[in-house]
Design a protein around this ligand. Sequence first.
Ligand code: KIV
Ligand code: ZN
Length: 388
Amino acid sequence: MSNDENRVLIFDTTLRDGEQSPGATMSHQEKLEIAGLLDDMGVDIIEAGFPIASEGDFAAVSEIAKNAKNAVICGLSRANFKDIDRCWEAVRHAKAPRIHTFIGTSPLHRAIPNLTMDEMAERIHDTVTHARNLCDNVQWSPMDATRTEWEYLARVVDIAIRAGATTINIPDTVGYTAPNESADLIRRLIAEVPGADEVVFSTHCHNDLGMATANSLAAVAGGARQIECTINGLGERAGNTALEEVVMAMKVRHDIMPYATGIDSTKIMNISRRVATVSGFAVQFNKAIVGKNAFAHESGIHQDGMLKNAETFEIMRPEDVGLAETNIVMGKHSGRAALRSKLSDLGYHLADNQLNDVFVRFKALADLKKEVFDDDLIALVTDSTATD
Ligand code: KIV
Ligand code: ZN
């Protein structure tokens, strides 16, 4: 275990930002189930919803707050007293509640409520102060931080800290930033904003350019100690940072990213499958860590290597993410060694001449199908031994 300085908090927002993806709505029961799984796997903070958004969201956040065993339960609220009060009403049932309040600070987002820079600064001061009077754990986010002018961002972060925010989250709302910028921004905020060392800096990345995981890890290198993420990277547009990716990256490459989380990685596969089912968002086959092919091998060279030493083509063990074993897929690229091993697993130990015969017919069949299943192999062997 690394020292506390290297402990990175995992803030999961599957039930808030993840559920905001069009079509990903989950039922009340499903949300409670996912929250229970997140709590069990060691997520530090669960963002359970946006209580003012609907009666359903309010009810789900309240019940998740009542049931949580270890995790801090957080709700989202815009920068107004009504939202913040409603959020507090829902999260206050938790053993450890958090209010998360945000406002868009970039020029594009400032234009929407039509506030001047000074008016927005005042709003931030007043709303964070209000939240802090209700709850001693307050997170503040300048939405679209990565497209906000540096001077203004530093000014409003300073105001939020003085008003009592305990976590400052820096969102890359539209997935615009790049890893070097992500690290530099956090590093500079920590170095230049007075009081920055009294709060936790957090990173919240979207994946519009496919850089959410890299940007989140770069932010940690820059000093962030909370990563906001979702299971399977569920989230609006191209999604959010995927929890399983940042957790496994820090575990597998601990040599260059010496950070620790509280996540039990063996619970990853189960929650990934449950989130895919309840959200209706299937996981792409080649998705890192949790895709169907992430631990599958079809080519002969890879299968042969895997049979001799799994580290030849796998940098993590399947059991470390909760998968029983590597999947050796029999197809037209498979070789004789994999066929022999597969048949032996199925209970058939063939002499060389029999294996040669089955191999020829296996290749002919594999040319006609995407995958040759165990039953196909059994039929080939039975056929071969019957004609002997
Ligand atoms: O992407 C974003 O900016 C958000 C904020 C509400 C934190 O989800
Ligand atoms: Zn977001």
